[in-house]
Design a protein around this ligand. Structure first.
Ligand code: NAD
Ligand code: TYD
Length: 353
């Protein structure tokens, strides 16, 4: 019996999605990988140049909010599994434009669930709908404790509220319709190909261009950072070995106060750019805080560690050096994404801070 499988990856042209597509296309030549992406400002096919001609890879341009299109896609192609990443993903944008997050993250997920349910109605047990989510659904932590899979949801930004809602829908389809589903909730990712609106690539880009580095509030908020390729490995393991109906938390066990993280990046960049020690740090500017800024995220990943034997492979020292080098070397990639749209966003986002 052939073990060829058709796997749909949504949002595969984005930051995390492109790492998953690359991993799956190269590691599983018997899988046909279909990358469905609308190519919003955050989607970039340049991220996948190295796999675009592989025989087991196909790109489909499309919008998950278009239910007619999604239903037709699922009737044209019999998918064995879905790994769903397509989303609006930036908290600051969700504060200025929540509607788009509701549409893409909630309605888009609903459309995929409906299409998968209909397509799999006669073969419920041999398919899996794997939803990629965030630790931000759990809310904000005080000085102690970590998010476990048992934490009650307490989303506090339009972004995290829309992701929480999509998680609830996925669970509802498991319980109500007997669909095979899995969810994982991951902490902040960093690495190559991240759009430079997010903290780490934004800081590297501004250092490179001698632009002020905007740190929100006092820089005391804490995030738990995970190298994106380690997240991709976790997703591979969960997709193949995770239990249907379950949730897995994924984290880096690597908490950093924003200001300490920014200073660390400045220190490494000074070396890479042959600057005097302390030179890049002078670019730091404390700016107006984000509205409703979550104080601290930290993930307890003991479940995935104990049940699926996953843990990060890289230390933060290793991962952040690789990441800084990548952005400094890939000038063309940065220039291409720093187009007119980015400039408009940046000026609007930061001019009043
Ligand atoms: P991203 O913004 O870099 O990429 C999102 C991708 O989705 C883009 O390629 C975009 O074109 C596509 N997309 C957006 N709207 C679409 C639509 N309507 N139809 C089809 N495609 C659409 O995001 P990312 O950082 O790679 O995050 C991917 C997923 O992982 C998201 O679901 C996010 O919530 C989750 N996540 C991200 C992080 C993180 O630190 N970045 C952490 C945990 C979970
Ligand atoms: P971000 O990368 O947007 O991820 P998230 O908000 O989803 O955690 O931001 C990471 C942290 O960095 C967050 O506490 C907000 C802060 N931040 C700044 O201080 N300055 C910035 O310019 C940005 C984009 C973020």
């Amino acid at each position: 019996m052939s073990n060829t499988k058709n796997i749909l990856i949504t949002g595969g042209a984005g930051f995390i999605g492109s790492h998953i597509v690359r991993l799956f296309v190269n590691k599983y030549p018997n899988y046909n990988i279909f990358n469905l992406d609308k190519l919003t400002y955050a989607g970039n096919l340049e991220n996948l140049r190295d796999v675009e001609n592989k025989p087991n890879y196909k790109f489909i341009k499309g919008d998950i909010t278009d239910s007619e299109f999604i239903n037709k896609l699922f009737s044209d192609i019999k998918f064995d599994g879905v790994i769903h990443l397509a989303a609006e993903s930036h908290v600051d944008r969700s504060i200025t434009n929540p509607g788009e997050f509701i549409n893409t993250n909630i309605i888009g997920t609903l459309n995929l669930l409906n299409a998968a349910k209909n397509s799999w109605a006669n073969n419920k047990n041999n398919n899996i709908f794997y939803h990629i989510s965030t630790d931000e659904v759990y809310g904000s932590l005080g000085n102690t404790g970590k998010f476990t899979e048992q934490n009650a949801y307490d989303p506090r930004s339009p972004y995290s509220a829309s992701k929480a809602s999509s998680d609830h829908l996925v669970r509802a389809y498991f319980h109500t319709y007997g669909m095979q589903t899995i969810i994982s909730n991951c902490s902040n990712n960093y690495g190559a190909n991240q759009f430079p609106e997010k903290l780490i690539p934004l800081v590297i880009n501004n250092i490179k261009n001698n632009k002020p580095i905007p740190v929100y509030g006092k820089g005391e908020n804490i995030r738990d950072w995970l190298f994106v390729e380690d997240h991709a490995k976790a997703i591979d393991i969960i997709f193949h070995k995770g239990k249907s109906g379950e949730t897995y938390n994924i984290g880096g066990n690597n908490e950093w106060k924003n200001i300490d993280l920014v200073k660390k990046i400045c220190e490494i960049a000074d070396i890479k750019l042959n600057r005097k020690p302390g030179e890049s740090e002078k670019l730091i500017e404390f700016v107006k805080d984000r509205a409703g800024h979550d104080a601290r995220y930290a993930i307890d990943s003991s479940k995935i560690n104990a049940e699926l034997n996953w843990q990060p492979t890289l230390t933060f020292e290793q991962g952040i050096k690789i990441t800084i080098e990548w952005y400094l070397k890939n000038e063309q990639w940065l220039n291409n994404v720093l187009s007119g749209e980015y400039e408009k966003y940046y000026n609007k986002q930061y001019k009043e801070r």
